[in-house]
Write a protein that binds this ligand. Structure first.
Ligand code: IPE
Ligand code: IPE
Ligand code: MG
Length: 235
């Protein structure tokens, strides 16, 4: 794919597994939650970069189905952080024409978090700039089970089951598939993030912990993406 210098607008969909907050904090003798707070700074920087560089779709993994198995304290602090951050960023994101969508199960969220999610989604739903999806209480397996339930509920006949229909009933079903998936923190796994949606994504596993992840690191990955030879099964 050819591109002009620093023009990333031809990349349709970027996904990031924001990992490494806990280790960042432990290394400094701090509590894990301070790592999550520091991670928010990276989040804001990357969102700003995405807006300024006219990126199309950014999907971020913030909390997995499996993260419910962490300590009660860490979970409650994380939920509080999600709620506060959504509320705090709501008008800033709206003014910058960002359309925000929170994906995931969400049925265990407390009322004010649900309310803040609803508010930001309603406020920004008609915005035409960056599409920002944040996965909280999300699991790729949950997404697939949920999709099957939706299809069965609609009483769709066996003959009409096809890839297009499955895609449509998964989270992000109205968006193009992920082109590039980044995981910070050094682990080389998906950890139940998008499964179907990353079928042909290019993977970038980065050794930098999420709180240390800078715009320049992001920019280097995006530039690197254009060097990949995406064949989609062709020769
Ligand atoms: C990612 O950072 C954020 C969440 C999963 C909520 P971690 O909390 O997993 O940080 P590490 O991997 O333990 O360093
Ligand atoms: C994946 O990170 C989830 C998020 C970054 C939100 P984890 O830290 O939970 O994943 P594992 O446990 O290392 O696989
Ligand atoms: Mg982790």
């Amino acid at each position: 794919m050819l591109k002009k210098n620093n023009d990333f607008s031809s990349i349709k969909h970027i996904a990031i597994i924001m990992d490494g907050n806990g280790r960042w904090a432990i290394k400094r003798g701090l509590s894990r939650i301070l790592g999550h707070k520091k991670g928010l700074h990276s989040l804001v920087k990357i969102i700003n970069f995405s807006i300024n560089n006219k990126l199309n779709i950014l999907t971020l993994y913030a909390f997995s189905t499996e993260n419910w198995s962490r300590s009660e304290l860490e979970i409650s602090e994380l939920m509080r952080l999600f709620s506060l951050t959504i509320k705090k960023l709501m008008y800033f994101l709206h003014n910058r024409n960002v359309c925000v969508n929170i994906i995931g199960n969400k049925n265990r969220f407390y009322f004010s978090l649900k309310k803040n999610i609803e508010n930001i989604q309603i406020l920004t739903k008609n915005n035409s700039g960056l599409k920002l999806n944040i996965a909280i209480d999300y699991g790729g397996k949950w997404d697939i089970v949920n999709c099957i339930k939706k299809i069965i509920k609609k009483n769709i006949g066996f003959k009409n089951i096809n890839e297009k229909l499955v895609k449509k009933n998964l989270c992000l079903g109205n968006l193009p598939s992920v082109d590039l998936l980044i995981r910070t923190g050094g682990e080389k796994r998906i950890s139940n993030f998008l499964l179907w949606q990353i079928a042909y994504a290019e993977f970038f596993f980065i050794n930098i912990l999420w709180p240390d992840f800078k715009c320049i690191n992001f920019k280097n990955i995006l530039n690197n993406f254009f060097l990949r030879n995406r064949r989609f099964g062709k020769i």
